[in-house]
Design a protein around this ligand. Sequence first.
Ligand code: FES
Ligand code: FES
Length: 168
Amino acid sequence: MSSFSDEAAGMAVTIHLHLNGVPVSAQVDARQHLGDFLRESQGLKGTHIGCEHGVCGACTVQMDGQAVRSCLTLAAQADAADVRTIEGLSADPVVHALQDSFVRCHAMQCGFCTPGMVLTAAELLKTCALPSREQVREYLSGNYCRCTGYESIVNAVMDAAQTLAGEA
Ligand code: FES
Ligand code: FES
């Protein structure tokens, strides 16, 4: 008896989405995850793939305004969605402030976790403009960093929140 995954293997699905504001149509394998589609078919290498099972947060992108793990999302699920990657968000004021603060606070070393950290932190700051350090730690607890020890990342998110509050 064949399983669903056997039947889905090699099955092509046509998707139409907005990717970083641009309409994109593509044929994807029914089992391809969104992260691989973004990196391999669309050349968007800012989306990093680490664990591939939803644990590290490196692959985080925005789908319809929500931070999602692109290794746990099928490309086929992005049909009709608005998908934004780190490359398409530098004009977003919250993401831009976070990027500035990550540089200012030395919140990255190898940079592997950084796009996922920034997109997850952006989601937090859009719902909670001035979080406590504890709230930042809690919100980022699903994003792993092997390099920084997290302190500088929390500093950067706090710094971005202050910057954005000063601009409001
Ligand atoms: S690669 Fe998606 S959560 Fe780790
Ligand atoms: S800066 Fe290297 S994993 Fe976070």
